[in-house]
Design a protein around this ligand. Structure first.
Ligand code: ATP
Length: 307
């Protein structure tokens, strides 16, 4: 299998153990979200995958190659979008992309054609002939994504790609990432916006304190009680019905309605049936956080307790 394979990877900076034990795989055609609190080691891990930083221990394969012993093979097959674009400020958007394509060995004509395609793909047509220094943060992000795609890589590493993007550009990014995966590429994308990852990722890699969570930990976290938000046109009646059914003690009432921790979807189904049966006019009933956020919060809570 090509894709991404990481096993027992560690990297320290002096006495800071940024990544201590990372193990996961992402298969071709899949999008994996890389999730973790600030300082968890996400960027350090991505830099090692991108062959820009050497691991102290463990093994990495990107598109089947080892970034330590075969960095050129990895770079030929991997596109890297850093969290901040270091750009050639005086070049125009088009020149920056043509130069990148030339650096990957394309002829001048092929590089120009590729730059044109990418400018259209990331919607920078109107800015194509402006110097990159005038771009806004979100526009720079789009240029950075285009640059990561310049050599048509089979593995994409995206570090916070949505930061600075407006809602329309974010939707465009999600669609583009899904399309790239449907063409058989492997994508690893770090983000703090979990609702967004929810919509584009097939799997999640949780990193905390430099260690990836094991499958059984993730399963356990996914099964713990989660908060559901209940909204009603008649909050008073909602409160009375929750009390009557014995949920009053655990429910948290606020000005939007109530938040009730429920152990399973079955409990959720029972509660909504009860509320409607009691004549409460329910206007919305849904998990308060998405699946990824629920697991992330539970793992973080447990990590803190263990610490
Ligand atoms: N070059 C470096 N020298 C020393 N310490 C570093 C270096 N790079 C990262 N670190 C430390 O390693 C840890 C992990 O940093 P990293 O940037 O990988 O985290 P992150 O998960 O990407 O964080 P964030 O979500 O805030 O971007 C942090 O404690 C950071 O201070």
């Amino acid at each position: 299998m090509a894709g991404i394979e990481v096993s027992g990877v560690a990297r320290a900076f002096g006495d800071v153990h940024a990544v201590r034990n990372a193990t996961f795989t992402v298969e071709p055609g899949h999008v994996a979200g890389l999730i973790g609190p600030n300082g968890a080691g996400k960027t350090t891990l991505l830099l090692m995958l991108a062959s820009l930083l050497r691991p102290d221990a463990g093994t990495i394969r990107v598109a089947g190659f080892d970034p330590v012993t075969d960095p050129a093979e990895v770079r030929a097959r991997m596109g890297w979008m850093p969290d901040l674009l270091g750009s050639w400020a005086s070049l125009t958007v088009r020149e920056a992309l043509v130069t990148s394509a030339r650096l990957y060995g394309r002829s001048t004509d092929a590089a120009r054609a590729r730059a044109d395609d990418l400018i259209g793909l990331v919607d920078l047509d109107e800015l194509a002939d402006r110097p990159t220094r005038v771009l806004s943060r979100g526009q720079k992000q789009r240029l950075s994504l285009a640059r990561a795609l310049v050599h048509d890589p089979e593995v994409l590493l995206l570090d916070e790609p949505a930061s600075g993007l407006d809602p329309v550009a974010r939707a465009g990014l999600r669609a583009l990432v899904r399309r790239l995966a449907s063409e058989g590429r492997t994508v690893l994308v770090s983000s703090h916006v979990l609702a967004e990852l929810e919509e584009m990722a097939d799997q999640a890699v949780y990193l905390s304190g430099g260690v990836t969570a094991a499958a059984d930990e993730i399963e356990r976290a996914a099964r713990t009680a989660r908060d559901w938000r209940v909204r009603s046109l008649d909050p008073e009646r909602l409160r009375t019905a929750l009390d009557a059914a014995g949920w009053g003690e655990v429910a948290r009432i606020d000005n939007l309605g109530a938040i009730v921790p429920l152990a399973s979807e079955e409990d959720a189904a029972q509660l909504i049936a009860h509320l409607i049966g009691s004549g409460v006019p329910i206007s919305s009933f849904a998990p308060a956080v998405g699946d990824l956020e629920h697991v992330f919060l539970d793992l973080s809570r447990n990590g803190e307790e263990d610490a």
